[in-house]
Design a protein around this ligand. Structure first.
Ligand code: ATP
Ligand code: F6P
Ligand code: MG
Length: 461
């Protein structure tokens, strides 16, 4: 075992102060909550000793990389979050728990796994018997029948993509939703969704607090785009990248097998280019990756056409990957298109794929008349998110579900379970709702991508 004593060559530095991001407890607003032993005490599988349980003093630091030479970094506090996991005492009697699970927003690999694991762990670990699925997203609280869930019902759900509870966008009516929660006697509400869902969950949480209801609101972050901040990544993201790679591979094969062949792949990513970035880095066959965080241009020095011209001369083929939210400022749009939004209020983007395909085709005809050119456009769209989770994401889904239940049973509310630096944490839900996660085009990963593709930086327009 490694010694905890300092080696003769080590140097000691003081840590900056640590600022704990406390989460809300039901006991903040509800007096006289019971304090009960955790039923895991009696689980034949766990045999917990006291060290098995986590306390409010167990924390995770968000920032784990330090520069001790910088005096400024030592003055700003380090953010810490409560570690997720079972607590020795819980604040709900299992017989009294009425749990509701809702999925909102777009699909993401692993949604059904999270639902399944919530049901199975509530049932098996905590003995909860009243578990309900809210159908069709937030609107389902007030406009659809609830479906009663138990381990038998959800048994095979992890094998299916999508959400067996059905999802939707829009339909967020706070009064009706909280009214339904109250009327149906739900006291644990698990909201699985992306940034929009988390913003909705904050409003539900605030209203529940305002009404002093004995209800825990728990967020489980889901986003195929990986656009939620603070957490390491969302479940389903790696699965989506894996499927995206298949499209890139096909584009590469097509491009390589044609004279002046170009493979163009459009990947999901409304405001962020994480899927495109990760798929490009994994593939190594991509010549240029275009993401919403970078404004690119077509014509002139340092532009896409010039770059592609060079690549085709050198290699005879090229592969381009473009994230769907890219280049929205370049694509001509009508007045009515400018105002288009989906039911949740997200802007509806113009389709960058066909636009880029047409621009490339016209450029070639104009600049290389009579020369052969083959452009194959692949848009896997929903294929990358309508699949079950891969092995890594599947385990992640289980740990998120378990973390969420442990937190709820311990009486925490208004929190999100998420992975921070490889560990599981409880994060205040309002913080997650406000945090974004854009690709940092100044960091090492983007530099790495540029060193792999050698693409232009598009800075000279
Ligand atoms: N600011 C908000 N306040 C209340 N509810 C919101 C808000 N933004 C979004 N919602 C609701 O949250 C739900 C999901 O939102 P949205 O469609 O934006 O998807 P999402 O959760 O962001 O997931 P994704 O973007 O990954 O598909 C919808 O029912 C929407 O009405
Ligand atoms: O499911 P919809 O409404 O077609 O929306 C598609 C959007 O959902 C996402 O998959 C996740 O937000 C985005 O990548 C994509 O822009
Ligand atoms: Mg969203």
């Amino acid at each position: 075992m490694e010694s905890m004593h300092s080696s003769p060559n080590s140097t000691t530095f003081p840590l900056p102060p640590i600022e704990l991001q406390t989460i809300h407890s039901l006991s903040d607003t509800i007096p006289n909550l019971p304090t009960l032993p955790n039923p895991i005490d009696k689980s034949p599988y766990y045999h917990p000793d006291p060290s098995f349980y986590l306390s409010a003093c167990d924390v995770i630091l968000r920032q784990i990389i330090f520069d001790f030479s910088s005096s400024s970094s030592s003055s700003s506090p380090l953010l810490a979050y409560h570690r997720a996991g079972p607590r020795q005492f819980i604040r709900f009697d299992s017989d009294d728990v009425r749990a509701a699970i809702v999925t909102c927003g777009g699909l993401c690999p692993g949604l059904n796994t999270v639902i399944r694991e919530l049901v199975v762990a509530l049932w098996d670990l905590y003995g909860v018997r009243q578990i309900f699925g809210v159908q069709s997203g937030y609107r389902g609280f007030y406009s659809a029948d609830m479906v009663e869930l138990n381990p038998r019902v959800v048994n095979n759900w992890h094998l299916r993509g999508g959400t067996a509870l059905v999802t939707s966008r829009g339909g967020f009516d706070l009064e009706k939703i909280v009214g339904a929660i109250e009327k149906r006697g739900f006291n644990q509400v698990y909201c699985i969704g992306g940034d929009g869902t988390m913003r909705g969950a904050v409003k539900i949480f605030n209203e529940i607090q305002h009404r002093k209801l004995h209800v825990s609101i728990i967020g489980i972050p889901k986003t195929v785009d990986n656009d939620i901040g603070i957490i390491d990544r969302s479940f389903g993201f790696q699965t989506a990248v894996e499927i995206a790679l298949q499209a890139i591979h096909a584009a590469h094969v097509e491009a390589e097998s044609a004279v002046n062949g170009v493979g163009l792949v459009k990947l999901m990513g409304r405001n962020t280019g994480h899927i495109a970035l990760h798929a490009t880095l994994s593939s190594r066959d991509v010549d240029c990756c275009l993401i919403p965080e970078i404004d690119f241009y077509l014509e002139g020095k340092g532009g896409l056409f010039e770059f592609l011209d060079q690549r085709l001369k050198r290699n005879g083929h090229a592969v381009l990957v473009v994230a769907e939210g890219t280049g929205q400022n370049l694509i001509p749009r009508t007045e009515s298109q400018k105002a288009e939004e989906d039911e949740s209020g997200n802007p509806v983007f113009l389709d960058v794929g066909p636009w880029l395909k047409s621009e490339l085709t016209n450029w070639w005809k104009r600049d290389h008349p009579g020369e052969l050119f083959t452009l194959k456009y692949i848009d896997p769209t929903y294929m990358i998110r309508a699949v079950p989770a891969n092995a890594t994401d599947s385990m992640y889904c289980t740990l998120l579900a378990h973390s969420s239940i442990h937190g709820a049973m311990a009486g925490y509310t208004g929190f999100v379970s998420g992975q921070i630096n490889g560990n599981y944490a409880y994060i205040p839900i309002e913080e997650v709702a406000a945090a974004k996660n854009a690709v940092d085009v100044k960091d090492h990963k983007w530099a790495w991508l540029r060193s792999v593709t050698n693409q232009p930086d598009f800075q000279q327009a």
